[in-house]
Design a protein around this ligand. Sequence first.
Ligand SMILES: NC(=O)C1=CN([C@@H]2O[C@H](COP(=O)(O)OP(=O)(O)OC[C@H]3O[C@@H](n4cnc5c(N)ncnc54)[C@H](OP(=O)(O)O)[C@@H]3O)[C@@H](O)[C@H]2O)C=CC1
Length: 306
Amino acid sequence: MKEVLGSALTKDVHDAWETAYWALANVLISREAALYKENSGWTTWRNFIVVRKNIESSEITSFYLKPTDKEPLPIFHPGQYISVKVDIPRLKYLQPRQYSLSDRPRSEFYRISVKKETGAGPTSGVNNPFGYVSSVLHDDTEEGDTIQVSHPRGDFFLTSEQSTHPLVLLSAGVGITPLMSILNTIVATSSRRKVHFIHGSRTTKARAFQDHVQTISKKHPNIQVTLFTAEPSDEDAEGVTYHHAGRVNLEALDLEADLYLDNKQTEYYVCGPEGFMSDTAAALKARSVPSDRIKLELFGTGGVPQ
Ligand SMILES: NC(=O)C1=CN([C@@H]2O[C@H](COP(=O)(O)OP(=O)(O)OC[C@H]3O[C@@H](n4cnc5c(N)ncnc54)[C@H](OP(=O)(O)O)[C@@H]3O)[C@@H](O)[C@H]2O)C=CC1
Protein backbone atom coordinates (compact mmCIF):
# COMPACT_ATOMS: atom_id res chain seq x y z
CA MET A 1 0.00 0.00 0.00
CA LYS A 2 2.81 2.32 0.95
CA GLU A 3 4.49 1.70 -2.40
CA VAL A 4 1.33 2.64 -4.32
CA LEU A 5 -0.08 5.43 -2.16
CA GLY A 6 3.14 6.94 -0.84
CA SER A 7 2.47 9.95 1.42
CA ALA A 8 -1.29 9.67 0.79
CA LEU A 9 -1.27 6.65 3.11
CA THR A 10 -2.04 8.38 6.42
CA LYS A 11 -2.73 6.41 9.61
CA ASP A 12 -6.49 7.05 9.21
CA VAL A 13 -6.46 5.69 5.62
CA HIS A 14 -4.40 2.68 6.72
CA ASP A 15 -6.77 1.87 9.63
CA ALA A 16 -9.90 2.32 7.48
CA TRP A 17 -8.40 0.06 4.79
CA GLU A 18 -7.51 -2.60 7.33
CA THR A 19 -11.02 -2.53 8.83
CA ALA A 20 -12.66 -2.78 5.37
CA TYR A 21 -10.26 -5.59 4.32
CA TRP A 22 -11.08 -7.75 7.33
CA ALA A 23 -14.82 -7.04 7.11
CA LEU A 24 -14.81 -8.29 3.51
CA ALA A 25 -12.50 -11.22 4.25
CA ASN A 26 -14.74 -12.35 7.13
CA VAL A 27 -17.81 -12.25 4.86
CA LEU A 28 -16.01 -14.47 2.32
CA ILE A 29 -14.60 -16.82 4.99
CA SER A 30 -18.03 -17.37 6.56
CA ARG A 31 -19.67 -17.88 3.14
CA GLU A 32 -17.03 -20.48 2.26
CA ALA A 33 -17.54 -22.21 5.60
CA ALA A 34 -21.34 -22.20 5.07
CA LEU A 35 -20.97 -23.62 1.56
CA TYR A 36 -18.58 -26.29 2.84
CA LYS A 37 -21.12 -27.25 5.51
CA GLU A 38 -24.12 -27.14 3.11
CA ASN A 39 -22.25 -29.26 0.57
CA SER A 40 -20.90 -31.73 3.14
CA GLY A 41 -17.35 -30.83 2.17
CA TRP A 42 -17.98 -31.39 -1.55
CA THR A 43 -17.18 -27.98 -3.00
CA THR A 44 -15.43 -28.74 -6.29
CA TRP A 45 -15.59 -31.68 -8.71
CA ARG A 46 -16.12 -35.31 -7.80
CA ASN A 47 -15.60 -38.27 -10.14
CA PHE A 48 -18.66 -40.28 -11.13
CA ILE A 49 -19.03 -43.36 -13.31
CA VAL A 50 -21.81 -43.63 -15.87
CA VAL A 51 -23.33 -46.90 -14.64
CA ARG A 52 -26.31 -46.91 -16.99
CA LYS A 53 -27.35 -45.10 -20.17
CA ASN A 54 -31.06 -45.38 -20.97
CA ILE A 55 -32.81 -44.04 -24.06
CA GLU A 56 -36.00 -42.28 -22.92
CA SER A 57 -37.23 -40.91 -26.26
CA SER A 58 -36.09 -40.07 -29.78
CA GLU A 59 -34.24 -37.04 -28.31
CA ILE A 60 -33.60 -37.69 -24.63
CA THR A 61 -31.26 -40.18 -22.93
CA SER A 62 -30.80 -40.70 -19.19
CA PHE A 63 -27.42 -41.16 -17.53
CA TYR A 64 -27.23 -42.89 -14.14
CA LEU A 65 -24.19 -41.66 -12.23
CA LYS A 66 -22.45 -43.26 -9.24
CA PRO A 67 -19.53 -41.66 -7.34
CA THR A 68 -16.23 -43.52 -7.77
CA ASP A 69 -15.52 -43.12 -4.02
CA LYS A 70 -18.74 -45.13 -3.33
CA GLU A 71 -19.63 -42.74 -0.48
CA PRO A 72 -23.39 -42.05 0.00
CA LEU A 73 -24.61 -39.03 -1.95
CA PRO A 74 -26.05 -35.99 -0.21
CA ILE A 75 -29.81 -35.69 -0.49
CA PHE A 76 -30.74 -32.83 -2.85
CA HIS A 77 -34.00 -30.91 -3.15
CA PRO A 78 -36.19 -32.32 -5.97
CA GLY A 79 -35.90 -29.85 -8.85
CA GLN A 80 -32.20 -29.00 -8.35
CA TYR A 81 -29.45 -29.47 -10.93
CA ILE A 82 -25.83 -30.60 -11.07
CA SER A 83 -22.96 -29.29 -13.17
CA VAL A 84 -21.18 -31.87 -15.31
CA LYS A 85 -17.71 -31.75 -16.86
CA VAL A 86 -16.82 -34.22 -19.57
CA ASP A 87 -13.24 -34.68 -20.65
CA ILE A 88 -12.99 -33.78 -24.34
CA PRO A 89 -9.29 -33.71 -25.23
CA ARG A 90 -9.88 -32.05 -28.62
CA LEU A 91 -11.49 -29.06 -26.89
CA LYS A 92 -8.87 -26.99 -25.14
CA TYR A 93 -11.31 -25.11 -22.97
CA LEU A 94 -14.48 -26.67 -21.71
CA GLN A 95 -17.32 -25.01 -19.89
CA PRO A 96 -19.20 -27.24 -17.46
CA ARG A 97 -22.86 -27.76 -18.28
CA GLN A 98 -25.85 -27.85 -15.97
CA TYR A 99 -28.45 -30.61 -16.06
CA SER A 100 -31.46 -31.00 -13.78
CA LEU A 101 -31.57 -34.18 -11.72
CA SER A 102 -34.46 -36.14 -13.17
CA ASP A 103 -35.15 -38.69 -10.46
CA ARG A 104 -36.02 -38.38 -6.78
CA PRO A 105 -33.16 -37.97 -4.30
CA ARG A 106 -31.33 -41.23 -3.65
CA SER A 107 -28.11 -41.85 -1.77
CA GLU A 108 -26.70 -44.35 -4.27
CA PHE A 109 -26.92 -42.56 -7.64
CA TYR A 110 -27.95 -39.40 -9.47
CA ARG A 111 -29.79 -39.39 -12.78
CA ILE A 112 -29.71 -36.71 -15.47
CA SER A 113 -31.73 -36.87 -18.70
CA VAL A 114 -30.18 -35.02 -21.60
CA LYS A 115 -31.61 -33.86 -24.91
CA LYS A 116 -29.38 -34.26 -27.92
CA GLU A 117 -29.11 -30.93 -29.71
CA THR A 118 -28.76 -31.09 -33.46
CA GLY A 119 -26.10 -29.05 -35.25
CA ALA A 120 -23.59 -29.29 -32.41
CA GLY A 121 -20.92 -31.68 -31.23
CA PRO A 122 -18.00 -33.54 -32.72
CA THR A 123 -19.92 -35.20 -35.58
CA SER A 124 -21.50 -31.95 -36.78
CA GLY A 125 -18.14 -30.36 -37.60
CA VAL A 126 -19.43 -27.28 -35.79
CA ASN A 127 -17.56 -26.18 -32.67
CA ASN A 128 -20.65 -24.43 -31.38
CA PRO A 129 -20.50 -24.65 -27.57
CA PHE A 130 -24.32 -24.80 -27.40
CA GLY A 131 -25.30 -28.45 -27.28
CA TYR A 132 -21.69 -29.68 -27.65
CA VAL A 133 -21.50 -31.40 -24.28
CA SER A 134 -24.99 -32.88 -24.73
CA SER A 135 -23.88 -34.38 -28.05
CA VAL A 136 -20.70 -35.76 -26.49
CA LEU A 137 -22.76 -37.38 -23.73
CA HIS A 138 -25.10 -38.96 -26.29
CA ASP A 139 -22.53 -40.04 -28.87
CA ASP A 140 -19.21 -40.53 -27.08
CA THR A 141 -19.99 -41.29 -23.43
CA GLU A 142 -20.56 -44.94 -22.61
CA GLU A 143 -21.37 -46.98 -19.52
CA GLY A 144 -18.13 -47.26 -17.49
CA ASP A 145 -16.86 -43.81 -18.47
CA THR A 146 -15.97 -41.26 -15.81
CA ILE A 147 -17.32 -37.72 -15.70
CA GLN A 148 -16.99 -34.96 -13.12
CA VAL A 149 -19.96 -33.72 -11.16
CA SER A 150 -20.62 -30.80 -8.80
CA HIS A 151 -22.76 -30.79 -5.68
CA PRO A 152 -26.48 -30.30 -6.54
CA ARG A 153 -27.70 -26.73 -6.34
CA GLY A 154 -30.35 -24.34 -7.59
CA ASP A 155 -33.33 -22.56 -6.12
CA PHE A 156 -36.03 -24.19 -8.27
CA PHE A 157 -37.17 -27.01 -6.04
CA LEU A 158 -40.16 -28.35 -4.19
CA THR A 159 -40.25 -26.08 -1.17
CA SER A 160 -43.23 -27.70 0.49
CA GLU A 161 -42.44 -31.42 0.68
CA GLN A 162 -44.45 -31.89 3.88
CA SER A 163 -47.42 -29.76 2.77
CA THR A 164 -50.79 -30.94 1.59
CA HIS A 165 -51.84 -28.18 -0.82
CA PRO A 166 -52.12 -29.06 -4.55
CA LEU A 167 -49.33 -28.84 -7.09
CA VAL A 168 -49.50 -28.20 -10.81
CA LEU A 169 -46.30 -29.23 -12.62
CA LEU A 170 -46.10 -27.71 -16.10
CA SER A 171 -43.29 -28.58 -18.52
CA ALA A 172 -42.42 -28.59 -22.22
CA GLY A 173 -39.68 -30.53 -24.01
CA VAL A 174 -36.68 -31.51 -21.92
CA GLY A 175 -37.98 -29.09 -19.25
CA ILE A 176 -39.73 -32.24 -17.98
CA THR A 177 -36.57 -33.27 -16.06
CA PRO A 178 -36.79 -31.30 -12.77
CA LEU A 179 -40.55 -31.89 -12.63
CA MET A 180 -39.96 -35.63 -13.03
CA SER A 181 -37.79 -35.44 -9.91
CA ILE A 182 -40.58 -33.63 -8.05
CA LEU A 183 -43.25 -36.10 -9.24
CA ASN A 184 -41.14 -39.14 -8.32
CA THR A 185 -40.57 -37.62 -4.86
CA ILE A 186 -44.32 -37.14 -4.35
CA VAL A 187 -44.88 -40.79 -5.30
CA ALA A 188 -42.00 -42.13 -3.17
CA THR A 189 -43.20 -40.27 -0.07
CA SER A 190 -46.76 -41.62 -0.52
CA SER A 191 -48.00 -38.04 -0.41
CA ARG A 192 -51.79 -37.75 -0.78
CA ARG A 193 -51.68 -34.19 -2.15
CA LYS A 194 -53.36 -33.49 -5.48
CA VAL A 195 -50.86 -33.22 -8.32
CA HIS A 196 -51.47 -32.43 -11.98
CA PHE A 197 -48.50 -33.22 -14.23
CA ILE A 198 -48.99 -31.34 -17.51
CA HIS A 199 -46.45 -31.82 -20.28
CA GLY A 200 -46.07 -30.85 -23.93
CA SER A 201 -43.68 -32.07 -26.59
CA ARG A 202 -43.39 -31.53 -30.31
CA THR A 203 -44.09 -35.22 -31.04
CA THR A 204 -45.06 -38.18 -28.86
CA LYS A 205 -41.83 -40.00 -29.83
CA ALA A 206 -39.79 -37.07 -28.51
CA ARG A 207 -41.49 -37.25 -25.12
CA ALA A 208 -39.47 -38.81 -22.28
CA PHE A 209 -41.06 -40.83 -19.45
CA GLN A 210 -44.44 -41.21 -21.22
CA ASP A 211 -45.15 -44.75 -19.92
CA HIS A 212 -43.75 -43.91 -16.49
CA VAL A 213 -46.05 -40.91 -15.89
CA GLN A 214 -49.08 -42.69 -17.33
CA THR A 215 -48.49 -45.66 -15.03
CA ILE A 216 -48.19 -43.30 -12.05
CA SER A 217 -51.51 -41.63 -12.85
CA LYS A 218 -53.23 -45.04 -13.14
CA LYS A 219 -51.87 -46.21 -9.78
CA HIS A 220 -52.36 -42.99 -7.81
CA PRO A 221 -55.82 -41.41 -7.84
CA ASN A 222 -54.44 -38.13 -6.45
CA ILE A 223 -52.13 -37.68 -9.47
CA GLN A 224 -53.44 -36.74 -12.91
CA VAL A 225 -51.42 -36.48 -16.10
CA THR A 226 -52.25 -34.43 -19.19
CA LEU A 227 -50.09 -34.70 -22.30
CA PHE A 228 -50.04 -32.28 -25.21
CA THR A 229 -48.51 -33.34 -28.54
CA ALA A 230 -47.91 -30.41 -30.87
CA GLU A 231 -47.75 -32.54 -34.02
CA PRO A 232 -49.56 -35.88 -33.54
CA SER A 233 -48.60 -38.56 -36.07
CA ASP A 234 -50.66 -41.35 -37.67
CA GLU A 235 -49.41 -43.66 -34.90
CA ASP A 236 -50.87 -41.41 -32.19
CA ALA A 237 -54.27 -41.93 -30.66
CA GLU A 238 -56.00 -39.12 -28.80
CA GLY A 239 -56.77 -40.16 -25.23
CA VAL A 240 -54.09 -42.86 -25.39
CA THR A 241 -50.73 -41.44 -26.43
CA TYR A 242 -51.77 -37.82 -25.84
CA HIS A 243 -54.76 -35.82 -24.58
CA HIS A 244 -54.62 -32.57 -26.53
CA ALA A 245 -53.13 -31.73 -29.92
CA GLY A 246 -51.02 -28.56 -30.08
CA ARG A 247 -48.74 -26.78 -27.63
CA VAL A 248 -49.50 -26.66 -23.91
CA ASN A 249 -52.37 -24.21 -23.64
CA LEU A 250 -54.17 -23.40 -20.41
CA GLU A 251 -57.32 -22.56 -22.41
CA ALA A 252 -57.72 -26.30 -23.01
CA LEU A 253 -57.85 -26.99 -19.26
CA ASP A 254 -60.56 -26.65 -16.65
CA LEU A 255 -59.85 -23.93 -14.09
CA GLU A 256 -60.82 -26.00 -11.07
CA ALA A 257 -60.54 -29.66 -12.09
CA ASP A 258 -57.19 -29.20 -13.89
CA LEU A 259 -55.56 -26.05 -12.55
CA TYR A 260 -56.92 -26.20 -8.99
CA LEU A 261 -57.51 -22.45 -9.09
CA ASP A 262 -60.21 -22.78 -6.44
CA ASN A 263 -57.47 -23.55 -3.88
CA LYS A 264 -55.61 -20.34 -3.00
CA GLN A 265 -52.53 -22.32 -1.89
CA THR A 266 -51.95 -24.27 -5.11
CA GLU A 267 -48.34 -23.97 -6.30
CA TYR A 268 -47.30 -23.98 -9.96
CA TYR A 269 -43.87 -25.24 -11.07
CA VAL A 270 -42.96 -24.38 -14.67
CA CYS A 271 -39.94 -25.51 -16.74
CA GLY A 272 -39.21 -25.51 -20.48
CA PRO A 273 -38.37 -23.09 -23.27
CA GLU A 274 -38.26 -19.43 -22.24
CA GLY A 275 -41.36 -18.50 -24.26
CA PHE A 276 -43.25 -21.38 -22.67
CA MET A 277 -42.32 -20.24 -19.16
CA SER A 278 -43.17 -16.58 -19.75
CA ASP A 279 -46.45 -17.40 -21.55
CA THR A 280 -47.49 -19.90 -18.87
CA ALA A 281 -46.63 -17.48 -16.04
CA ALA A 282 -48.61 -14.72 -17.80
CA ALA A 283 -51.60 -17.06 -18.34
CA LEU A 284 -51.58 -18.01 -14.64
CA LYS A 285 -51.31 -14.40 -13.52
CA ALA A 286 -54.21 -13.51 -15.83
CA ARG A 287 -56.15 -16.11 -13.82
CA SER A 288 -55.24 -14.25 -10.59
CA VAL A 289 -52.43 -16.56 -9.42
CA PRO A 290 -49.90 -14.38 -7.53
CA SER A 291 -46.21 -14.55 -8.55
CA ASP A 292 -45.12 -16.11 -5.27
CA ARG A 293 -47.03 -19.29 -6.14
CA ILE A 294 -45.49 -19.55 -9.64
CA LYS A 295 -41.99 -21.10 -9.64
CA LEU A 296 -39.96 -20.83 -12.83
CA GLU A 297 -36.72 -22.69 -13.60
CA LEU A 298 -34.57 -19.79 -14.76
CA PHE A 299 -31.06 -21.23 -14.79
CA GLY A 300 -29.40 -20.86 -18.17
CA THR A 301 -32.17 -18.65 -19.53
CA GLY A 302 -30.68 -15.34 -18.41
CA GLY A 303 -34.08 -14.64 -16.87
CA VAL A 304 -37.57 -14.77 -18.22
CA PRO A 305 -39.65 -11.60 -18.64
CA GLN A 306 -42.39 -11.74 -16.00
N1 LIG B 1 -33.55 -27.20 -15.53
C1 LIG B 1 -33.77 -26.37 -16.50
O1 LIG B 1 -33.73 -25.17 -16.37
C2 LIG B 1 -34.10 -26.91 -17.77
C3 LIG B 1 -34.49 -26.04 -18.73
N2 LIG B 1 -34.83 -26.49 -19.90
C4 LIG B 1 -35.20 -25.51 -20.90
O2 LIG B 1 -36.08 -26.06 -21.84
C5 LIG B 1 -35.62 -25.54 -23.09
C6 LIG B 1 -36.14 -26.21 -24.29
O3 LIG B 1 -36.33 -27.57 -24.19
P1 LIG B 1 -36.54 -28.34 -25.59
O4 LIG B 1 -36.78 -29.76 -25.29
O5 LIG B 1 -35.42 -28.00 -26.49
O6 LIG B 1 -37.89 -27.65 -26.11
P2 LIG B 1 -38.47 -27.71 -27.58
O7 LIG B 1 -37.89 -26.58 -28.36
O8 LIG B 1 -38.37 -29.09 -28.10
O9 LIG B 1 -39.98 -27.36 -27.27
C7 LIG B 1 -40.82 -28.26 -26.57
C8 LIG B 1 -42.25 -27.91 -26.83
O10 LIG B 1 -42.51 -26.65 -26.22
C9 LIG B 1 -43.25 -25.89 -27.16
N3 LIG B 1 -43.22 -24.47 -26.89
C10 LIG B 1 -42.26 -23.59 -27.21
N4 LIG B 1 -42.64 -22.35 -26.81
C11 LIG B 1 -43.87 -22.49 -26.27
C12 LIG B 1 -44.79 -21.58 -25.72
N5 LIG B 1 -44.51 -20.28 -25.63
N6 LIG B 1 -45.98 -22.05 -25.25
C13 LIG B 1 -46.29 -23.36 -25.35
N7 LIG B 1 -45.44 -24.26 -25.87
C14 LIG B 1 -44.25 -23.84 -26.33
C15 LIG B 1 -42.63 -26.27 -28.48
O11 LIG B 1 -43.47 -25.88 -29.53
P3 LIG B 1 -42.84 -25.37 -30.95
O12 LIG B 1 -42.18 -26.55 -31.55
O13 LIG B 1 -44.04 -24.89 -31.68
O14 LIG B 1 -41.88 -24.27 -30.60
C16 LIG B 1 -42.55 -27.78 -28.32
O15 LIG B 1 -43.76 -28.39 -28.60
C17 LIG B 1 -34.14 -25.67 -22.99
O16 LIG B 1 -33.50 -24.91 -23.96
C18 LIG B 1 -33.92 -25.11 -21.60
O17 LIG B 1 -33.85 -23.69 -21.62
C19 LIG B 1 -34.79 -27.80 -20.17
C20 LIG B 1 -34.38 -28.71 -19.25
C21 LIG B 1 -34.04 -28.34 -17.96
